[in-house]
Design a protein around this ligand. Structure first.
Ligand code: GLU
Length: 356
């Protein structure tokens, strides 16, 4: 939690399959969630909900006429957003709570003036006793609600981020394919090794649909917020996770207690790495000092990534020392040459994994 942040803010993200049935908000699932909200509020917690399902609701109404393109999904969400919110509104108003719809893009949480405005409207809503119902503003930008939830948790200085989904947590192999898959109950420090254990490959394919959850867990952990990834249908999951019981997978924060640079976290960690930038040993000191990584530090790019890609920065013998977003390619194989000093990853576009 950030010093000075109001206590008890919890961001709860619920996936489409845990809110909707056949393209409509499922009253049984929403009633259970609304009951949990009532109980949390009675205990002094102020939940902020982030629910997915706008695209599913729109798809059902448009009967596929929207097509699978990005714009089609944006239109589907424009049709379905109100349907999804109405599900929340009904369930909460039956419990005398008022839902407040807040639609955000990642930019609204990473540009400082937008972030302050978004944070203020959520806080004012909570102060008025409202229940903020957040979703991506999918009509203009469909990205990923897990990452948005992590950014929001960082912006609010939340005491916890809950990612509720249709699997019970992070597993060492895909639980949908492997009956013996083992749950990872606790991640003391988020590292690239944890991602590998949880099955994230260089192409960003996680096991059990986990790659977005891993990106979110990275952002939250670097923003000082603990994350719980858990199954939405486990009994009393919300209260148990908020109370600190051992449920699902708990990812501890890496850097608690300081105002996070959410823009840097979003650019560096919001997408799974597309490849590796192999650097010379001097890069370790550069990253420690927070300087730019230039072509002079790079040996090769592996994985065939282009400029504007998220990559792991590795140094032989030191492993992955940072993750960031490239401005220029550095690929010995492609034969591209940039003048000496050309920044490959500017100092504000990577996150250091070196211990402070
Ligand atoms: N915002 C999208 C929706 O409401 C979902 C995106 C996601 O689940 O990550 O349909």
């Amino acid at each position: 939690m950030l010093p000075g942040a109001p206590p008890g803010r919890v961001v709860i993200k619920i996936g489409t399959s845990s809110l909707m049935s056949e393209g409509v908000p499922d009253p049984v699932k929403l009633d259970a969630l609304a009951d949990a909200v009532v109980r949390l509020r009675a205990g002094g917690v102020r939940p902020v909900l982030l629910g997915s399902g706008a695209i599913a609701a729109g798809d059902a109404l448009l009967k596929g006429a929207d097509g699978p393109s990005a714009h089609g999904r944006q239109l589907a969400a424009a049709v379905g957003q109100g349907v999804l919110f109405d599900g929340f509104r009904r369930a909460l108003s039956a419990r005398e709570l008022v839902a407040a719809q807040i639609l955000l893009t990642p930019l609204d949480l990473t540009l400082p003036e937008h972030r302050d405005s978004a944070r203020t409207v959520v806080e004012e809503g909570l102060a008025h006793g409202l229940v903020p119902i957040v979703n991506e503003n999918d009509a203009v930008m469909v990205r990923n609600n897990d990452v948005l939830a992590a950014l929001l948790a960082g912006a609010l200085g939340a005491s916890r981020l809950l990612l509720l989904t249709d699997v019970p947590g992070l597993f060492e192999s895909d639980p949908r394919r492997d009956v013996d898959a083992r749950l990872i109950p606790e991640v003391p420090t988020m590292t690239p090794e944890v991602e590998r254990l949880a099955g994230l490959t260089a192409k960003g394919l996680g096991t059990g649909g986990m790659s977005a959850k891993l990106c979110a867990a990275w952002i939250a952990s670097m923003a000082g917020v603990p994350t719980v990834i858990a199954g939405a249908d486990s009994p009393d999951i919300v209260e148990r996770a908020v109370a600190g019981e051992s449920v699902g997978t708990l990812v501890h924060p890496r850097t608690p207690g300081k105002e996070p640079d959410l823009g840097r976290l979003w650019r560096s960690l919001g997408t799974p790495p597309a490849g590796q930038l192999v650097c010379r040993p001097e890069a370790v000191a550069v990253v420690r000092d927070g300087g730019p990584l230039t072509v002079d530090h790079c040996v090769a790019g592996e994985g065939g990534f282009a400029a504007d890609a998220v990559v792991d920065v590795t140094v032989p013998g030191h492993g992955v020392i940072a993750r960031g977003r490239t401005r220029a390619e550095c690929d010995a194989v492609s034969g591209r040459h940039h003048p000496a000093g050309t920044p490959v990853i500017p100092h504000f576009d990577y996150v250091s994994f070196l211990e402070a």
